[in-house]
Write a protein of this length. Structure first.
Length: 122
């Protein structure tokens, strides 16, 4: 799988928030070697990996995909201009699903799966 932003792997997860609301998280891993604005931004951040995460069906979620950049020391997420920050419940859930996503794509991105990640409880 490859496209104009260099998607290498994608996964979608149907999720339920603690309040019972349901939605979908769509993750994409993109190619750091691509010559596009997203890949250049990730390389400037010394990324191990980067991609997008989309939020579908969540009242407290961003309307547009969020850019994520994983470095050896942490993750950075960048929202589209004027987009809303995910609510606290959704932020915690996304953290847990990043761990699952990285495990699911470890054949494509073993460096991401090997990073010591943990989700905050709460």
């Amino acid at each position: 799988m490859n496209d104009d932003i260099g998607r290498l792997a994608t996964r979608e997860y149907d999720v339920t928030l603690p309040d019972g609301s349901k939605g979908k998280l769509a993750f994409a891993l993109c190619d750091l070697a691509q010559e596009n604005a997203l890949a250049r931004h990730a390389r400037k951040r010394d990324a191990v990996g980067f991609g997008l995460v989309g939020f579908e069906g969540f009242a407290e979620g961003p309307r547009h995909p969020v850019l994520w950049v994983q470095t050896n020391t942490g993750m950075e997420m960048t929202l589209a201009d004027n987009d809303e920050q995910p609510g606290a419940q959704l932020q915690r859930l996304v953290g847990r699903y990043f761990i699952l996503f990285f495990e699911d794509i470890k054949a494509v991105a073993p460096d991401l799966a090997a990073l010591p990640l943990s989700a905050k409880e709460g």
